[in-house]
Design a protein around this ligand. Structure first.
Ligand SMILES: *[C@@H]1O[C@H](CO)[C@@H](O)[C@H](O)[C@H]1NC(C)=O
Ligand SMILES: *[C@@H]1O[C@H](CO)[C@@H](O)[C@H](O)[C@H]1NC(C)=O
Ligand SMILES: *[C@@H]1O[C@H](CO)[C@@H](O)[C@H](O)[C@H]1NC(C)=O
Ligand SMILES: *[C@@H]1O[C@H](CO)[C@@H](O)[C@H](O)[C@H]1NC(C)=O
Ligand SMILES: *[C@@H]1O[C@H](CO)[C@@H](O)[C@H](O)[C@H]1NC(C)=O
Ligand SMILES: *[C@@H]1O[C@H](CO)[C@@H](O)[C@H](O)[C@H]1NC(C)=O
Ligand SMILES: *[C@H]1O[C@H](CO)[C@@H](O)[C@H](O)[C@H]1NC(C)=O
Length: 372
């Protein structure tokens, strides 16, 4: 209720200002007894003004009444609201106790927080010092970074020049690569051509070599054959030569020989190219039988003291040569000789007979030598 009273007093005090404004048009009461026409006109004006003011006031009072009504309604609403609020407050009073205990808790927590805050302050100062140190370090780092940046710029410059250089090298390399590629292709061509040529050459070489080999082999064979033949011939010749017939036999003793008898020369002095069988045949028959055809030297010398003794050389029982032997003028023995060449065929026989009777000394010999 006191709240409503206050509100009404407040509204009136605001409205009173309107009256005070009207008071400023103060009426001059001085000299009423001397009311002139001017004063009357002024009075009429004042009355009119007063009427206007009154009307105005009336309107204002009406308005104020309306406002008062609306205010009363508003206050009633406020009152209701306040009442319900009060009820809420009463309800809330119960919860205040909880709030109190909560407050105690809160205070404890606050103390803890304050401690933590103090610790944080300490930590903060430590951090601040750390921060300063870090700042210094950062300055250093910044300086180093600047230096590094300069270095990097220099390096970049160098790098770009290197890149340019590399690009130039790249072009060179590409040119070289192309050249190498071309060369490789040419090499491949040359290699293929070479291989082809080499194959042809090898085939040709092989053919030639084979031909040459067979030709050489043939020639060697021919040569060997010829050589063999020649060697055989030479061997034959040599053996023939070595085995040429050479025979010298002399008589064993001095004796009388009858006409037409055989002279047997039994002492074999030289023997070559005649085997023992042939030798024995000669010794028993007194006839030389030719086994190797050829040119022969046939020679005999006879020592005798018979004057005009005649001896003959027979070939195949036919006389081919004869000689006449004489004693020496002083009556002593003398040697007579027959020497000649003759071609003998195989189985030809040669021997000597006295044509007349005669005495023959032992210093008499018969020789046969194959020349060819
Ligand atoms: C609030 O509660 C206290 C005691 O708990 C009491 O003394 C006080 O009068 C109460 N206030 C209201 C407005 O009910
Ligand atoms: C303050 O710093 C110390 C040591 O670094 C740490 O153990 C402590 O928890 C910090 N205090 C707070 C409130 O962070
Ligand atoms: C960083 O460089 C500036 C100028 O070059 C110099 O004045 C400053 O002392 C340097 N700071 C450190 C931490 O070296
Ligand atoms: C390789 O040889 C062939 C035929 O002989 C020719 O057509 C070609 O141009 C050659 N290539 C080179 C790279 O010389
Ligand atoms: C040439 O001869 C050799 C050996 O005889 C052989 O290996 C090769 O294949 C031959 N080459 C040709 C092209 O005939
Ligand atoms: C010895 O020579 C004769 C010819 O003079 C010949 O017929 C005979 O076969 C030869 N005997 C031997 C063993 O060589
Ligand atoms: C009105 O009259 C009173 C009393 O005589 C005086 O005190 C006041 O100053 C006057 N007001 C005006 C505006 O003249």
């Amino acid at each position: 209720m006191s709240l409503i009273t206050n509100l009404v007093v407040f509204v009136f005090s605001i409205r009173c200002n309107g009256f005070l404004l009207d008071d400023r048009t103060n009426l001059t009461t001085k000299g009423v007894s001397t009311l002139s026409e001017g004063h009357f006109a002024m009075l009429l004006g004042l009355l009119a003004e007063e009427k206007q003011s009154r009307l105005k006031l009336e309107r204002q009072v009406e308005q104020m009444q309306r406002e008062l009504l609306s205010t009363q309604r508003g206050v009633t609403e406020v009152f209701h609201t306040a009442k319900s609020n009060n009820e809420i407050l009463t309800l809330q009073n119960g919860t205040m106790e909880n709030t109190d205990s909560n407050y105690v808790d809160l205070k404890k927590k606050y103390n803890l927080l304050q401690n933590a805050f103090n610790e944080l302050k300490v930590n903060y100062s430590i951090l601040e010092r750390f921060y300063h140190r870090m700042e210094n370090n950062i300055d250093k780092l910044r300086n180093e970074t600047n230096e590094l940046q300069q270095d990097i710029q220099a390096t970049n410059y160098k790098l770009s020049s290197v890149v340019n250089d590399v690009n130039a090298r790249k072009q060179d390399f590409l040119a070289l690569y192309n050249k190498a590629d071309k060369t490789e292709k040419e090499m491949t061509n040359v290699s293929a051509s070479f291989q082809h040529q080499f194959g042809l050459l090898t085939a040709n070489y092989n053919a030639t070599i084979t031909q040459l080999e067979s030709s050489v082999q043939t020639q060697i064979d021919t040569l060997q054959h010829t050589q063999n033949i020649e060697a055989q011939q030479v061997q034959q010749l040599l053996s023939k030569h070595a085995n040429r017939v050479a025979l010298t036999t002399c008589d064993g003793g001095s004796r009388h020989l009858s006409s037409g008898s055989m002279i047997m020369f039994k002492n074999v002095y030289t023997l070559n190219g005649i085997n023992s069988t042939a030798k024995a045949t000669y010794e028993s028959s007194g006839k030389f039988t030719c086994d190797k055809p050829g040119l022969y030297l046939i020679a005999t010398f006879i020592m005798t003291e018979t004057n005009e003794a005649i001896l003959a050389v027979y070939k195949n029982d036919a006389e081919i040569k004869h000689m006449r032997a004489y004693y020496a003028t002083n009556g002593h023995f003398q040697t007579s000789t027959i020497v000649f060449f003759d071609s003998l065929k195989q189985h030809d026989t040669i021997y000597i007979r006295p044509v007349t009777q005669m005495f023959m000394r032992y210093e008499s010999c018969f020789s046969v030598l194959q020349i060819v």
